[in-house]
Design a protein around this ligand. Structure first.
Ligand SMILES: [Ca+2]
Ligand SMILES: [Ca+2]
Length: 276
């Protein structure tokens, strides 16, 4: 049996941060002994946006920049851009949560000094869809061995199932979906594979798509921080169900069932609430 290892990089962002307390001083090589104080400005035309709306923020400085680290969650997760000595960079950002949100940047100058800055956005709900639950009826080899380190007949050989919802955000530069939500783990398919997500406020903008992957957890192997999982959908990244929200925004169904019944089949249902 093949296991396909998927690599997901958590490069998302939700933000909160305050401006730097310190103003690093660097020396100007062309002007003896005259220090130039680096500065960073963050400017956006828009201060009020809705969930998942993409907004451009211009970061600019008076000195050459090496890298800019961007986060929307106070650097819990972040993306790093290499500016290679340029002094400005346009950054696309969006937010997943309602209310006051900040985009935070950590600018590292060629000189080695850094400045942390932030810009606030008021995010309203807009008209997204809310994902209230997921049910997995079936996946490839559901009643067979996923953990062959256990002896024949040991129920531990069954998969330890969780679901990953992935969504691409404009702030993510890698081309893969970043993690929208990871469910809890059901060990050895020992109970109903249903996750009630209704209290989690998982909203998705109307022009987004959500990738749904079912995973086998291997204790001691799976590392959420590194984002390494084993998909139990045999075809892995190329064949997971994708919920393209705009395909359903007229019909507005309360649930959608994704089935693929060939050799690498799956049968998954998601439960939805459409926000007016
Ligand atoms: Ca197991
Ligand atoms: Ca396992």
């Amino acid at each position: 049996m093949l296991k396909k290892t998927l690599l997901y990089f958590v490069l998302l962002a939700f933000f909160s941060c305050s401006s730097t307390d310190e103003e690093p001083v660097v020396m100007n090589n062309n002007d003896d002994e005259t220090p130039i104080v680096p500065n960073v400005s963050l400017i956006s035309d828009i201060g009020s946006i809705v969930i998942d709306e993409e907004v451009m923020v211009m970061l600019s400085s008076n000195l050459p920049i090496e890298t800019v680290e961007v986060s929307s969650n106070n650097f819990e997760t972040s993306s790093i851009f290499n500016l290679a000595g340029n002094t400005e960079r346009e950054i696309c950002i969006s937010f997943r949560e309602i209310g006051n949100n900040n985009v935070s940047t950590r600018t590292q100058f060629t000189s080695g000094e850094t400045i942390v800055s932030s810009l606030n956005f008021n995010v309203s709900i807009g008209t997204p869809v809310k994902i209230n639950g997921i049910r997995v009826y079936s996946f490839f080899n559901i009643n067979e061995t996923w953990d062959n380190e256990y002896n024949e007949g040991d129920p531990n050989r069954l998969a330890d199932v969780l679901v990953l919802l992935g969504k691409e955000d404009c702030s993510y530069q890698g081309g893969n979906a970043s993690i929208l939500h990871l469910t809890s783990i059901v060990e050895n398919v020992s109970e109903e594979l249903f996750w009630d997500l209704s209290s989690l406020n998982i909203y998705v903008g109307i022009d987004k798509e959500v990738r749904i992957d079912v995973l086998d957890d291997d204790p001691g192997v799976v590392n959420y921080d590194e984002g390494i999982f084993v998909s139990v959908i045999e075809d892995g990244t190329n064949n997971v169900p994708v919920f393209n929200v705009s395909d359903y925004s007229s019909e507005r169904p309360e649930s959608i069932r994704f089935t693929e019944n060939q050799e690498n089949g799956y049968d998954i249902e998601i439960y939805l609430e459409w926000i007016e």
